[in-house]
Structures are given as C-alpha cells and as structure tokens.
Design a protein. Structure first.
Lengths: 666, 107, 283
C-alpha cells in the first residue's frame, strides 16, 4: 500500500494566481494512495524543503509528488531533500503545473481542473516507482585533445597540469594551428609566434602530454569514461627518434618549388620540409605526392646527406590505440575560398572578384604570411604577381560572411578587427602606402577593440568606405576595384596594387566525418553543436566529448583560449574520481524474454545497445540477448517503442507506469 | 529600385534632373497603350514635346535630327508604325493595371 | 525545328537589321521562326519602372498568346523582352498571381513555354552541328563577347550561364572559328533605353565598353541585344566625338549581332545578313 505525499506549490503568484491551490490540495488528498496533501508558498525554499523532509519522516511516506515548476528547475532540489530524509530520490515525481498549466492559461476554474489532472498523473506514476541507484561507470583518467592549435594547446596544458595524461592528435606535421602563421595579433600587436611558441614547446616537452603529430583520429569506440581511440600516424618517412632536426635534408632537396601549405601558397617549400622553423616537433616530413624517390625511385639525396640515418623511405602509416575517458575537439577553422568550384552545394564562389584568377587578390591568411617578418618574402611586403611593393591596398570585409547568396549568413566575428590590424601592419611596413577598407559595419566588441580600430583610422591613416565592392577587374597590372561609399552617396573606384579579402571563417576540412565518428552534432555550416548556446557552450550532447575554439563558431584567440580552459575544467570534473556517476533513468532489457532480434540495437541513436550472451554460472551458453550499456544509454526510449517482445523498458518511466497514468485519467 | 520609383512618382517627389527619363518612359507607355506596339517616331515626337514644354530646352527638338536621314538610308526609319490588331485588349489591360494601383496618398 | 518567335518592338522598328540577320542565319540552320500572332509590346523598361502590375501583365499577354499558338518554346531575341517574359514565369510559378494575370490579359495562362534567348537557340541547335556547318571560318575576327545586363542577371530569374563570368556566347563564337578575348566589361550596362533621355550616361558607358574591348585586343564586339547594338553601333560616332580627343585616336569597332557572325561563317553574305545596314561597317 502506498503512502504518498503531495506538495503543491504556489510559486508566489506564478501558480497561485491562475490555479486555486487550496482546492487542488483538497481534491488531491482524496486520490488513492495519498495520505498527505499540503500547499505552500515556495516549495523550493528552505522552509518548503524542510516541510517535505518533515512529512517524509513523520508520515513515513514512500513516495512524494511536488506539484510546482518544471523538473528542469528543481527536480534535483527535491530529490536531495528526499534523500536527506531517508527516501530513495527516485521515488520523487514533479507535476509541472506552472510551465504546463498556470503560465499558459487564464481561466482559473479550467486551469485548476487541469492542475488536478496533472497531479493525478504524477500520483499514478509515483505509485509505480521503484527505488533506483545511480550508476557508477569506471573512468579512464586520461583525455584526448583533437587539434593542436591554440585552443587544443591550452586545453592540453590545463588538463596535463592538473595531473592527468593527455593524448594530443594533430594532422599537420607541427602543432600551432592558424595562430602560428599569423604575423601580429590584435589588440596588442604581439608577435603571434612569440607568444605561442613557448606554449608549443611546453606541450612538446610536457611529461604528461603524448603528442601524435602528422596523425589523424581514425575511429572512436566506447562511451564516456571509456573511449577507445584508433589513431593513424601518417608516414613521415623520417625516423623522429633518430632525426636531430639539423636541416641538411631540406637544404639539399632538389624539388624546391612546391607551394607551401603553411604560407597558403604565397611561398615554396622543398619535398622534404619542416613547415616553419619553430615547428613542434621540429622534425621534417616528406611529401609523398612529389618526392622523386617515393614516386619513381629517383633522387634519394636527403638519405645520402643525413648524418643521423633518419630518412626511411620504407616508412608506412601506423595505427595505434589509446584509451581515454574524455575528448576535447579543437579542430579550428579554415577560410572560405572564392573559387567557382565549392565543396558544398550550398556555397557559391565570388565571380564578382574573379573566382580566384587574379594573383593579387588574396585572402587574409595569405596577407599575414606576406607581412610576417618570418614570411616567404622575408619581411618585405611584396605582392604575389610581380613582387612589387603595393602602394594602394584595398581590404574588403565580409567576403562570404553575412551573405545569403554565398551560403554563409553568419558573421565571422574576427574580420573587422584583423582588417584594422592589417591596415596598421601595412602602414608600418610601407610608409607611403594607402590602405582602403570597404566595410558594412565595424564589429569591435572586445576589450580595447574599438580603440584599436580608431587607432588604425586616426593614427595610421586607413581610409574606411562604408559600402560593398561590386567588381574587381584587372587592367595593365592594376586591380580596378569598384565599390560604393554609402555615407557620401558616391561610387568609389580605386586602382589597387593588391586586394585582401576578409573571407568567411568555415570549419576545418573533414570535421563532419570526425563529428560522425564521435557521435556529436554539427549545424548546416559544419560548426560543431554545443549542448546549450548560453549555459553549456563547451559541452556536446554526447557525454564525455567537449568542444573548444573556432570549430564551434568563429571566434578570436582570447575567446578560443577561454573556451579551451573551460573545456579543460569540464574534463577535470569528469576525471576527478575513478568513477562517474550517471542518472539511472535509462533503459533495461529483460534478458529472459529478449528474442535477440536486435531491432533495438539498430535503432538506438546512441549506439548504446550491445549483443551479449546469457550463460550459466559455469559458462554454458543459454541464449543470445541484447544488453543496454549503462554508460551510453540516454534514456530516450526508442528501444522500448520498437521492441516486439516488450523486453525493453525504461527505468523510472516504465510502460506499466504509463498505462497507470493513462488509466488514472480515463 | 522599382518600388522607390513608383513611390516617388506617386508622391510627386521625383528629382528634377530625372525629368527627361520619366518623360520618356511615360511617353513610351502612352504610346503602347494606344498602338499596342511601339511607334518610334511618335514616341520621339511626344517625348521631345514634353521636354521642351516642361523645361524650355528648345535644343532638344534638333538633337539627333541628323540621325533621321541616316536611319532612313539604312531602311530603319518607319514612317507608318506597325500597330497591334487588337488594341482594345491593350487598353483594357492598361485600365485594369491603373485601377489596381494604389492611389497616391493625399497629404 | 519550329519555335515560337516574339520579335518585340525594336526588331520591327529601328533594329530590323537584327531580324533580317536572324531570319537569314536561323533559316539556313533549319530553324523556322513562327511569329506570335498579334503580339503586343512587353513594356520593357518603362513598364517595370512605372507600374509593377503592368510590367507583369503585358508580357503575360504574350506568353498566353504563345501558348494559344501551341508553342513549347518561345524565342525572344531582345533581352529586355526575354527578361520580362521570364519574370512573369517566375511570378506565376511562385504564388497565385496566375489567376489574376489571366484575368487581366483576358487569356488562359499556363506558364509552361520555355523562353529562349539567341544564345540558347544556338545551344539547342548544337554547337557541334554548328561547327560542322561552318563554310568560312571567321579567322580574322577577334571578338569581345558583350552580354549586357539582362542575359545573365538576376540569376534566380534567368538561370542562364555564370552571371559574373559568362562564357556561353564565347562558345558559340568559337564554333564559327573566330577568336574571343577575355575582357572586363562583359556584363556591364550599356545604358539600355536611356539613349535619348540620358545620352551622357549612355555615351560614358559605351565609351568604357568600346575602349576596354579594344584594350584587350578585340577587333569587334558581338552582342545579342538590339539596345546594346544601338548604344555601341549607332552611338559610336557620338562616343568618338566626345572622347576621341582623349585617346588620340577614334575607336572603330564593328558591332556584330551573334547571328551575323554565325551567318557569315555559314557562308551567307553580309548584305543578306543586313550587316551593311549597321552604322559602323568597317573597323
């Protein structure tokens, strides 16, 4: 026989204004099983909770219903209160008579009647509740960080410094990401590599960070606390344990003219190369697409020259396995390309700017390399076509961004700031040069940001035109840029020597395949989905997988670093103990009645159901069965609805309970 | 842009320097309303008359006058215009489209 | 091949050399042009500038007439006309404008004929077939293909070629054996119907187009629009009078209709094509 207590909350005016709480308490007292029915102004307050605890003890209640707000708000509160009073916390139900009743209706009598019905359902449910225990899942106290840019580096260092091992996987030959290629960063005009390389070295030398560079995540198995990762180490053709990084090999390589990935095509690199001098690890890699020895068994000069005998043309990809408890995804971004051929059908190229046929129309990352002191032009600002020093440079904001016609309606956030920075860096190098910026708005919301943009205009003489550029053409080596100055109300035509496009930020290549391997969501642009945009910006809907940096949305370095530390702190919470606690309201399968048809296995969106065998104590096989992985199950109930033998059921929301609730209403 | 053009005309706020363009387009529509198709000489005549009448620029009458014999030489000048047979339906179309236009706001 | 033919006012007016060229050239390629019976003016620039409803009604009437005459394809050689026809098709495909328009124009309106411009007609004939039919390859010609505003834009109405860097006309010209140049004013406006009312702008635009074509090595311009032709050909002398001193020499570019060039390649004489009726007949 049940002894249920019902506690109806007024929530001040929120419920009491529309629902007659006295009437509710009176009517509810008559429900079968209810031995105690009260109402109170604020059930969630200390006195309210005290009331609940007191009644549990004095009336020896074996189940309670709190009729108040949404369980999203206070279910934890009342469960804790019940637990303190000695009642299993899963014998607590909440009847939502606020969001689902008093907040959406006006008529008091009907709202009161509805509230009573809602409570009726909860009473029927709680009568069929069984005590449950939270589930303990063992945790591997190691973390995986995918991506070695500034966000990945920050997350890895934070986690490693807290005492946990970190596995970092970076697909380029060196860590550092996009930040390693920048010239100077806003708003301080710090030299980018100067502030990043110490961090890179720290990662490379940290006793608890295992760095897999030139590697990619091949497969992800398992669940929160227990991930099994397969990592493909791509063949470098260089034995990193023998190599000393002396550089003899790349200085002797005869194939010097390969477009450098690090310089975004603005410079060349040999077939055996290190992406930049401060690379971590400082070991070269051979480009198998162009190396003469690998393609047709020619050359081989580097092998002859190497004093350490580190060149290994027989090298092969290797797949290794790592076990981790949590994953931080920090795969970063890439820039939109204005070419006619686009990787997605939803994107369009920029025919107005030539589809990429003009050599002197470059994007912002290419500009960074040209203006960088350690760039391919040795710190002298030369334009790509003929090496001339540009005297008139046009910077165009919002190329692709904020543009429905190109398929990227979002703002890329950093371009207004880096364009102002570019005009300043340009002026500092070319004193008699003139920078022209075509903009729509100036978005400079960070600390010191607006002042920074004013500096570009007032101190460094950048000319800003509010308007878009409609066309870029080329006449006699000059780029004719036609735009508008909407504030002056005139068209503007500039003969530029160089045009720099602030192209839209897009997620890195391959992120969608990676997201599918990790079972995390991504939006229509490929940016990874956070759990809640306001309150859970670094978590994903998959337990144990966190995101940080530009892979989630366009952002600048301070934000990426902050997000990385946030993700690291989430990881640290998870790795704080040897075991993880999970809510027990998950599915369970009655292995006696299960027919092993595995419909549930194929329909489970979280891949939380496994094939298992039922054996006797001595190991004799009895039957096959499906089994729920308590670590992965999210309690969605899909398996329950598809199981033909009714063997799958949700604990805390069983089919029996649902029938009881429906019957109570009929 | 067209919305702005219609609105500015309805409110009689079209800029003065655009007078010639508006005059031309009005003359064009008048012309096809009556003929169903464009009668070029008639259009030019009425347009020039409008400009002279409203701006006093007599010179407009003689502008491009030298073109007429050039066009004629090339058999591009049609003294008798080609008209549509069923001109009634054209008139009715125009009437229906004018009726459905919102009246200019009386301020 | 029989296709519906909507000449428009220009081709029966002062641009009748364009119609002469079309009939000669397409006739030889076995394309019969069936003129829509009792067509009316499409409204061109004047209608869409002054009266939105009218700008849909006038071309809608012509679409309805083409359907009545049983044409699945409607060739409109003037892009001002083809643009208005395409806009109507878009309007009636989208919302319920069809019923209202049918009422205004007093005819049934389905909107299922395909509106074609001159380049599309050549594409339908087939460039390979064209190449095979060439008798006199036009090796002396280095053409700047000029599309003007209305053939490729707005792209969600025309659905034709790349709207910023089109190449469809170049493909047809190449089939005649002529060379084409890459130049920067392919899709820039010539001033269209502003020839009389805003001559200054037209001369300025025409000057830019003609000079840029010449600067990029072209010895002629190819168009598929009668208004472009007027502004570049008939007005060329006025352009030279105003801007000739600036450059030290006068521009002398023959402006061919696309059908002129194809016709010449097919062996038709310049007189038959009406090229002698242009204002600029020699470079």
């Amino acid at each position: 026989m049940s002894k249920i207590g019902v506690f109806t909350c007024w929530c001040g005016e929120n419920i009491a204004r529309t629902v007659d709480v006295d009437e509710v308490a009176k009517r509810v007292a008559g429900f079968p099983g209810v031995v105690c029915s009260l109402n109170y102004k604020y059930m969630c307050s200390d006195p309210g909770q005290a009331m609940v605890r007191e009644k549990i003890a004095s009336e020896k209640l074996d189940g309670i219903v709190v009729a108040s707000c949404s369980p999203h708000m206070h279910l934890k509160t009342f469960r804790k209160a019940a637990q303190t009073a000695g009642l299993n916390p899963y014998l607590v139900e909440m009847a939502n008579i606020r969001e689902q009743c008093s907040w959406v209706h006006h008529d008091k009598p009907s709202a009161t009647a509805k509230a009573i019905d809602i409570i009726r359902l909860s009473v029927a449910k709680v009568r069929n509740d069984v005590p449950l225990r939270p589930i303990q899942v063992p945790v591997t106290r190691r973390a995986l960080v995918i991506g070695g840019g500034v966000a990945g580096i920050q997350a890895a260092l934070d986690i490693a410094d807290a005492g946990h091992e970190v596995v970092m996987v970076e697909r380029e030959p060196s860590i550092g990401g996009k930040m390693a290629g920048l010239s100077e960063t806003f708003p301080t005009l710090d030299c980018s590599q100067c502030i990043l390389t110490p961090r890179m070295v720290e990662v490379g030398q940290h006793p608890r960070i295992k760095l897999y560079s030139y590697s990619e995540v091949e497969a992800v198995d398992g669940f929160v606390g227990n991930f099994k990762i397969k990592i493909r180490q791509k063949a470098r053709y260089v034995d990193v344990s023998k190599c000393t990084g002396c550089g003899d090999c790349w200085s002797v390589c005869p194939l010097k003219k390969n477009p450098s990935e690090f310089d975004y095509g603005m410079g060349m690199r040999p077939a055996i190369y290190i992406p930049f001098p401060q690379a971590v690890p400082a070991r070269p890699v051979i480009d198998k697409k162009v190396c003469a020895k690998l393609i047709r068994n020619g050359c081989g000069l580097c092998e002859k020259k190497c004093k350490a005998g580190a060149i290994d043309f027989k090298d092969e990809d290797r797949v290794v396995e790592e076990s981790v408890g949590c994953i931080v995804v920090a795969t970063g971004y890439k820039l939109y390309n204005i070419a006619k051929e686009q990787p997605k059908a939803s994107l369009a190229g920029y025919g107005e700017y030539g589809y990429g046929k003009y050599k002197d129309v470059i994007d912002s990352l290419q500009f960074e390399r040209l203006i960088s002191a350690s760039g391919p032009t040795g710190g002298v600002f030369k334009r790509p076509s003929d090496g001339a020093i540009p005297k008139n440079v046009v910077f165009i904001s919002c190329v692709g961004s904020r543009d429905n016609a190109k398929g990227m309606p979002y703002c890329s956030k950093i371009c207004c700031m880096y364009t102002a920075k570019h005009t300043m860096l340009y002026k500092h190098k070319v004193h008699d040069g003139q920078a022209h910026v075509f903009y729509m708005d100036i978005r400079a919301g960070g600390k010191g940001y607006d002042e920074f943009v004013r500096r570009a205009i007032e101190q460094d003489g950048a000319r800003y035109y509010r308007g878009r550029v409609s066309k870029i053409t080329q006449e006699n080596g000059k780029l004719i840029v036609r735009g508008a100055d909407t504030l002056a109300g005139t068209p503007v035509e500039i003969e530029a020597d160089l045009v720099v496009l602030a192209s839209a930020m897009r997620p890195a290549d391959g992120v969608e395949e990676l997201a599918q391997k990790l079972n995390i969501g991504y939006d229509e642009f490929g940016f990874l989905m956070e759990s809640h945009p306001k309150l859970r910006p670094v978590e994903t809907n998959t337990g144990g997988v966190f995101i940080a940096g530009a892979c989630q949305a366009p952002k600048d370095i301070p934000e990426a670093v902050a997000q990385a530390s946030a993700a690291a702190s989430k990881v640290q919470v998870m790795l704080a103990a040897d075991e993880l606690t999970r809510e027990p309201e998950i599915a369970a399968i009655n292995e006696q009645t299960c027919a092993a048809c595995y419909t549930c296995l194929h329909t489970c969106p979280y891949h939380a159901i496994e094939r298992a065998e039922v054996r006797t104590g001595r190991g004799v096989f009895i039957k096959n069965t499906a089994r729920v992985n308590a670590g992965l199950c999210m309690g969605c109930g899909t398996c329950v609805s598809v199981c033909p033998s009714k063997s799958a059921d949700l604990q805390g929301f069983s089919e029996q309970q649902i029938y009881a609730m429906v019957e109570s209403l009929v | 842009m067209d919305v702005l053009r219609e609105a500015s005309l309805a409110q009689h706020k079209a800029a003065k320097p655009q007078h010639a363009v508006v005059a031309f387009q009005k003359a064009f529509l008048d012309n096809i309303r009556r003929n169903g198709r464009l009668a070029e000489l008639e259009l030019i005549g009425l347009y020039k008359a409008d400009v002279v009448w409203n701006t006093g620029r007599i010179g407009v009458l003689f502008k491009d006058a030298g073109l007429a014999p050039q066009l004629n030489k090339r058999k591009k000048l049609h003294l008798l215009p080609e008209k549509a047979k069923d001109r009634g339906v054209v008139e009715r179309i125009f009437a229906r489209c004018s009726a459905r236009c919102s009246e200019p706001e009386k301020k | 091949m029989n296709i519906g033919y909507y000449p428009g006012c220009a081709l029966h007016g002062s641009s009748n050399d364009y119609e002469q060229s079309l009939r000669a050239c397409l006739g030889l390629l076995d394309v019969q042009l069936q003129e829509i019976k009792d067509w009316i003016c499409c409204g061109a620039t004047a209608a869409h500038s002054l009266n939105h409803k009218l700008s849909l009604a006038l071309p809608a009437r012509n679409l309805a007439l083409a359907e009545r005459d049983g044409h699945k394809q409607l060739f409109a050689p003037c892009p001002l006309c083809s643009m208005q026809l395409l806009k109507v098709q878009k309007a009636i495909a989208g919302n319920g404008a069809r019923g209202e328009l049918a009422q205004i124009v007093e005819a049934d309106l389905r909107g299922d004929s395909q509106v074609l411009n001159l380049i599309q007609v050549f594409q339908n004939i087939g460039l390979d077939r064209l190449k095979a039919a060439v008798k006199i390859p036009q090796k002396e010609i280095t053409a700047a293909c000029y599309y003007g505003c209305l053939l490729t834009r707005p792209p969600d109405v025309t659905h034709f070629d790349d709207f910023e860097q089109p190449t469809s006309m170049e493909a047809v010209v190449a089939a005649t054996g002529a060379k084409t140049v890459d130049w920067n004013y392919k899709t820039e406006c010539c001033g269209a119907g502003m020839t009389m009312a805003n001559e200054d702008t037209v001369l300025d635009l025409a000057h830019k187009i003609l000079s840029n074509a010449a600067a990029h090595g072209a010895n002629c311009i190819v168009v598929a629009c009668p208004m472009c032709h007027v502004n570049l050909d008939m007005k060329q002398e006025a352009v030279n009078r105003r801007y000739g001193k600036k450059h030290g020499k006068k521009l002398g570019m023959v402006v061919y209709y696309l059908s002129d060039l194809v016709g010449l390649a097919l062996g038709i004489s310049a007189e038959q094509l009406g090229i002698d009726r242009h204002f600029v007949t020699k470079a």
